[in-house]
Design a protein around this ligand. Structure first.
Ligand code: CA
Length: 443
């Protein structure tokens, strides 16, 4: 949970407890669930700030508050100097980075997201796991085979997962974003609703520049300050970046050995299980008790198999002792997935299940595996933010404790949907379909 999403043109809206809305920090996404997505073409001039209040409703995101904070920008930046000095950032580095800086207010639109961009789980996978991305990934695997050999040997993280992260985050470095990290993180340090978090990122970015790992002019990336082909936030860079080619710089922007080793080091540190998969596509019998499909319910594969869960391709499970949880993103109408420990590790890179599934599936495809066996309910209407809010309000009206309705379908909302479905005789799969909404409306 340390990287930031790219410009969130696509955000998964429902199904697996993913929240919609804010294209946000990976760090923040434990609550917002945002995922990185395809960026706009780098050559397009960025649109200006809309001048509108953010959709989060946060007081610091009103148009007036944004304008006032922007006017106060340099006073705010000056106020960060003592903290920078405590981190041994030189006055010269600090002034060079801040002297002529203006806030990039367009970021405020991106920080609060645009709910109309929400996508279904399957649309998100379609967008990220394409034939082109598979072909390009295989070319990368071939081109950098020797580096992958060395990185795999050193960190025990498989090359297909690393390549999939590279492909999903920035389409192998071609869509990494063009925003200067110092400007983005400085803006977010002084304007908007997540200033404390971003001050730490801004100071970390200054340290990177001062240390000379990545020069300031190549420290560019997403609106939130993630940079390099696998999108490290500045603080993640400090924790995980390694100088694998031993040239004295941890350069995850230009050096493929440093990039791949740093990404592998991140996964390894987060608990990657060497030689294990992320998980399996599984067939869930229609009579299955879907209440067991919960991230908090981990059982051995053997126990799942006893309950009738089988691999979608018909092959046996390789390791019956491994522990997994069951994810059923589209309920009884779609595929199920048994998620192993490495799935949780990928989710630490970005805590969104659709993201982690895209990584796992792309990795399988790069390894030579086929497409998913089962089909998604593509005929299902994807609930809009207004409909998700309405659904939650109905659940509250029916006496379910789901917290404050926020349009984000988290675990409590799914549990309430399951209970409601059970009450009215539907399969309690927790899937927020339009049928569930209709039933809630009329009930
Ligand atoms: Ca290096």
């Amino acid at each position: 949970m340390r990287h930031f999403a790219l410009a969130a043109a696509a955000v998964v809206a429902f199904g697996a407890g993913l929240a919609q809305a804010a294209p946000a920090a990976r760090d923040a996404a434990s609550t917002t669930g945002a995922i990185p997505a395809v960026t706009p073409t780098p050559s397009a001039p960025p649109p200006p700030w809309s001048g509108e209040s953010g959709s989060s409703g946060d007081p610091s995101m009103t148009a007036d508050a944004i304008r006032a904070a922007a006017e106060n920008f340099h006073t705010c930046l000056d106020g960060l100097w003592p903290a920078a000095a405590r981190r041994h950032i030189s006055r010269a580095t600090f002034l060079a980075a801040t002297k002529d800086l203006t806030p990039d207010l367009r970021i405020m639109d991106l920080l609060d997201g645009q709910p109309e961009f929400t996508k279904s789980f399957w649309d998100y996978l379609d967008l990220l796991v394409t034939d082109a991305r598979i072909a390009d990934g295989r070319a990368m695997l071939e081109k950098y085979a020797k580096i992958f050999d060395a990185v795999e040997k050193h960190y025990g993280v498989d090359r297909y997962t690393l390549t999939a992260i590279w492909g999903v985050e920035t389409n192998y470095g071609t869509l990494g974003g063009e925003r200067p990290v110092l400007r983005s993180t400085a803006t977010l340090s002084c304007v908007g609703r997540r200033q404390a978090y971003f001050r730490n990122e801004f100071l970390a970015a200054l340290e990177i520049v001062q240390h000379g790992d990545v020069p300031a002019d190549r420290l560019v990336g997403s609106w939130a300050g993630a940079f390099g082909p696998t999108q490290f936030m500045p603080t993640a860079f400090q924790k995980y970046a390694v100088d694998f080619d031993r040239d004295g710089h941890r350069d995850i922007v230009e050096s493929v050995p440093d990039l791949l080793a740093s990404t592998a080091n991140n996964l390894k540190t987060d608990g990657w299980v060497k030689g294990a998969s992320w998980g399996y596509e599984v067939v869930v019998p229609a009579t299955f008790d879907f209440r067991l499909a919960d991230r908090d319910r981990t059982m051995s594969i053997a126990e799942w198999a006893k309950l009738g869960i089988a691999r979608a391709g018909g092959e046996p499970f390789p390791n019956l002792a491994a522990r997994a949880y069951l994810l059923v993103p589209a309920g009884v109408q779609g595929p199920g997935f048994l998620m192993l420990e490495n799935f949780r590790v990928i989710m630490k890179y970005n805590p969104a299940e659709a993201y982690a599934l895209a990584i796992g599936h792309l990795a399988d495809r790069l390894r030579g595996g086929g497409p998913l066996v089962q089909s998604w309910p593509r005929y299902e209407h994807v609930l809009s933010r207004a409909e998700r809010l309405e659904l939650q309000q109905h659940l509250v009206r029916h006496g379910f404790d789901i917290g404050e309705p926020d349009g984000q379908l988290g675990g409590r909302t799914r549990a309430a949907i399951r209970e409601f479905q059970a009450r009215v005789g539907q399969v309690p799969d927790g899937f927020a379909s339009s049928a569930v909404l209709d039933r809630l409306r009329s009930h």
